[in-house]
Design a protein around this ligand. Structure first.
Ligand code: NG1
Ligand code: ZN
Length: 550
């Protein structure tokens, strides 16, 4: 029966007596891959119960540790809308992952099922879609997760194979919306909407078409493999994949989006033939994207385009389309009144925020972590968010998409081929291309490429949007990082008393100075971020503030 099944699964994967505590945090559970068995099995149980709670809607489990070293692994639960697991379930996930023995685990599940009114014993259906990245421990852990799902009687586990994280999010969302949801469907949608955007590039721009050579750093992971698989079907681009995951290179080692954004140097796998070309970099599970350009073959430095600049490019493109559509009607009304939301975190480079404000946009700030950004973006007709590290997307509300659809059919009966019609078509194709569930390096990259072609922009034009303020990040080890409590989207400290005043005192000595501290959600450290008008000044501001934190 149900009790026996849960006890049996828990007994198969006992936590080590001195094991570290798991915390669901900003990115699920992570640890050394070989030690992940118990947490993964229990996450499988959580996912099955979540699906049961939602009347059998599909829920997802991804086995990945993103940009972490190859020996690590992790598990993340995808909620039925394709987003992150609902935050009010995190305490349950934590409690289950940390249950010291099978009996404790059983009691926690029974109590939670009772509180949440989830019927156990097979009378309620549940389905969980599972996927993993290319890590060597992935196959074992996926199997463990399946065992966890199957410990909930009546739950069905479906192994979707080796996928990028955003592909699985996309599949869960599509399936629950009754849309086509296979990997082939994902690729068709991405490839078709990209082609559609290229077809809508104004003719005068095509004449001086930008260089179509694009070099992609696949981080030796799943994103590189998938891109190799489909690149021949992507129109209008000459894609070359480095660190494709097929060769000898090690996952995320001196390559990938996290490395490129943090170290700002040329990743492994690139050579003199790549100098000067537009390069994109994915992280190990392909949910982060940054761009860069190698300055010269005798120099390891790069010109970096981070998530903030990707966001700024998308903002310009979307605003331009809205302005074209909204050429006011004859009564002076806007044709398509649109609530357009731009969302950043405190880590967004101050120059990007100034740029957005200068073009008349309001920027909303949330705490760090996709779950906060995404939730805020959902409040708008079009909501866009990016973290500086390259995770982000553009969300279109269902209502807005249906307005766009009726507009395009209205325009096409009256004024097919008009600029308004084309602008509405571009936004529709954008909503098809960019992943509506979560940040997605592959589809984000194709949107970047489409927008650059639309604008007839080179990489340099894009770089020149604004100049990043020099910044510095430090990690400080403290006894209890959660003794620091922040407010105002993490931009100010409210506890311990007096710390914010000390930080303010330091900032006042620097021109363009900005600095904040917060406990990390994924590491046992306090992070210090500082910005100032020179590298030296940013370094020194960060160091001085770090001393107040220690
Ligand atoms: P923490 O450790 O809470 O700072 C980090 C990143 C986040 C996000 C999460 C999840 C920074 C400063 N923080 O969070 O942006 O990506 O990991 O992976 O990059
Ligand atoms: Zn990732």
């Amino acid at each position: 029966d149900q009790r026996a099944a849960l006890l049996a699964a828990a007994t198969l994967f006992p936590p080590p007596p001195d094991g570290a505590r798991f915390s669901y945090g900003t990115a699920g559970f992570r640890a050394e891959g070989a030690a992940m068995g118990p947490a993964v099995c229990r996450a499988g149980v959580v996912a099955a119960l979540r699906s049961a709670k939602l009347g059998g809607a599909a829920v997802g489990v991804v086995i990945t540790a993103s940009h972490n070293p190859v020996r690590d692994n992790g598990v993340k639960i995808v909620d039925a809308d394709g987003g992150m697991l609902s935050q009010d379930w995190e305490p349950f996930a934590d409690a289950l992952a940390n249950a010291p023995n099978p009996d404790a685990l059983l009691q926690i599940v029974l109590q939670f099922a009772k509180d949440e009114d989830i019927k156990l014993g097979g009378s309620q259906s549940a389905q969980v879609l599972l996927a993993r990245d290319t890590r060597p421990t992935g196959e074992y852990l996926l199997d463990v997760a399946v065992k966890g799902v199957n410990a909930v009687i009546g739950a069905v586990a479906v192994d979707m194979g080796i996928l990028t994280t955003p592909q699985l999010h996309w599949m869960v969302r599509s399936k629950n919306k009754g849309l086509k949801s296979s990997e082939t469907d994902y690729f068709s949608q991405v490839i078709d909407s990209f082609r559609c955007l290229l077809e809508l590039v104004p003719k005068d721009k095509e004449a001086d078409a930008i260089n179509n050579r694009l070099i992609v750093d696949g981080a030796n992971g799943i994103g590189g493999l998938k891109l190799e698989e489909i690149k021949a079907k992507i129109s209008g681009l000459d894609i070359h994949v480095r660190n494709s995951g097929k060769g000898e290179g090690i996952l995320n080692e001196s390559c990938g989006a996290d490395f490129v954004q943090k170290e700002k140097v040329v990743p492994l796998g690139f050579g003199p033939e790549d100098v000067g070309f537009r390069c994109a970099s994915f992280d190990g599970d392909a949910d982060r994207l940054v761009y860069f350009r190698i300055v010269s073959s005798s120099d390891t430095r790069i010109d970096l385009v981070d998530g903030d600049k990707i966001l700024s490019l998308f903002v310009l493109f979307i605003r331009e389309q809205l302005d074209i559509i909204n050429g006011k009607d004859n009564k002076g009304n806007e044709v398509l009144p649109t609530r357009f939301g731009v969302i950043q975190t405190a880590y967004a480079n101050g120059a990007s925020t100034d740029f957005l404000k200068n073009i008349g946009l309001e920027v909303v700030f949330t705490p760090t972590g996709v779950k906060y950004l995404h939730k805020e973006a959902l409040k708008y007709d079009i909501g866009i968010y990016f973290e500086a590290n390259g995770h982000g997307t553009v969300l279109f509300s269902d209502h807005f998409v249906s307005q766009l659809e009726s507009l395009t059919s209205e325009f096409s009966s009256k004024a097919a081929g008009s600029s308004q019609h084309q602008a509405a078509m571009r936004l529709l194709a954008t909503s098809q291309l960019i992943n509506q569930a979560v940040g997605d390096a592959l589809s984000g990259m194709l949107l970047v490429e489409a927008v650059l072609q639309y604008k007839g922009w080179s990489f340099q034009n894009w770089c020149d949007l604004y100049t990043d303020l020099p910044s510095r990040q430090l990690k400080v080890k403290v006894q209890d990082r959660n003794s620091i409590v922040t407010t105002d989207a993490e931009r100010r400290v409210c506890q311990p008393n007096g710390l914010q005043e000390l930080i303010d005192g330091e900032i006042s000595n620097y021109s363009h100075g900005r600095c904040f501290v917060r406990p990390s959600g994924t590491e046992d450290v306090v992070r210090v971020y500082a910005e100032a008008s020179s590298e030296e000044a940013a370094d020194s501001l960060a160091k001085r503030v770090a001393q107040h934190v220690e």
